[in-house]
Design a protein around this ligand. Sequence first.
Ligand SMILES: C[S@@+](CC[C@H](N)C(=O)[O-])C[C@H]1O[C@@H](n2cnc3c(N)ncnc32)[C@H](O)[C@@H]1O
Length: 370
Amino acid sequence: MTPAEQAVRAAIARRGPIPLDEVVEIALYHPQVGFYATGGRAGREGDFLTSPEVGPLFGAVVARSLDGWWIEAGRPDAFAVVEVGAGPGTLARTILAAKPACAPALRYVLVERSAAQRARHAEGLSLEDPAAAFASPLEPTDDREPTSAVMPSGPIVVSLAELPRLPGPTVVLANELLDNLPFRLLQRTDTGWAEVRLGLDGDGLAEVLVPVAAAGLPAAEPGARLPVSAAITDWVRDAVALAGPGGRVVAFDYVASSVDLVSRPWTEWVRTYRQHDRGSMPFEALGTQDITCEVAVDQIVPAPIVSTQADWLRRQGIDDLVAEGRRIWQERAAIGDLAAIRARSRITEAEALLDPTGLGAFHVLEWPGR
Ligand SMILES: C[S@@+](CC[C@H](N)C(=O)[O-])C[C@H]1O[C@@H](n2cnc3c(N)ncnc32)[C@H](O)[C@@H]1O
């Protein structure tokens, strides 16, 4: 039995069958025995590959978008970007490596709840003390002129465990965060909807169905299942408030409609990953594998503006960056230096990011700040 399963069994022994969001919370985020506390992570040497981990191109496109939003906002001299679920920090590193024009104004906050992942943020990023990084400029006094030296020049990068409180407008980014937030499962029965909970069954764990009153759910055959995530709704509410008027929230993820989800086997949309392979059944081997769930996009309030990742990346100029890469490669192929190899890699990275059967079919969810 895994240590995470022991923790789940202890919770069930105290309170009876527990909802699956509590199981996911323990399996992924328990501070000692959860998957993300014990080394699970994105990356080639980790458990799954995300868009920033494909290579630097995704970050270069996001850097270009940040510049566009910064210019649109009138080039504010403190431009706050909060990346939530930052994992090991690869997106931040690749954004900064792309040297966006907004860099001198940039206050970049990585938010990551796993301490093991946060420990990686200092690799290749020069982290500042959050309190100093967001200090207000000194007020002018009789004997001291306000100078630009009062606010340090960016990019200023800080790493936090939770969402900060910042005066908006702020850009809030999240790549593959929402699919990793805890969710409950409902099941259609002959008589209505029930919630799937996990209880004890001898030495093992067993599903228990608890009838629930549910309104507004799609028509479904008995046995069909549907994920419901209060954590996603709560996160979107907090992120939209953090972005504030004039800010924006941009989340990249795999999504589906509730109608689609009830028509497919639940093990198709709740997936597990371990060391780049699919893991075992979602509620087995707890703590040793990632558990992800396709995001039921129609359940999110407020409703996002939705694009495919391929369309969004094209709108943000990925084709220009690839054309530039192709040109540099043609000029430098004979030299074969790092610049040439990086330029050539843009072409293969773009193929992966735009692949309509892969990352290109992911979606980008956008909300204006409020
Ligand atoms: C699938 S990984 C994605 C990592 C990275 N964004 C990437 O694309 O490679 C999701 C990350 O979100 C983190 N996470 C989950 N819930 C969080 C929350 N409420 N606040 C901050 N980080 C969270 C997890 O610990 C994990 O590192």
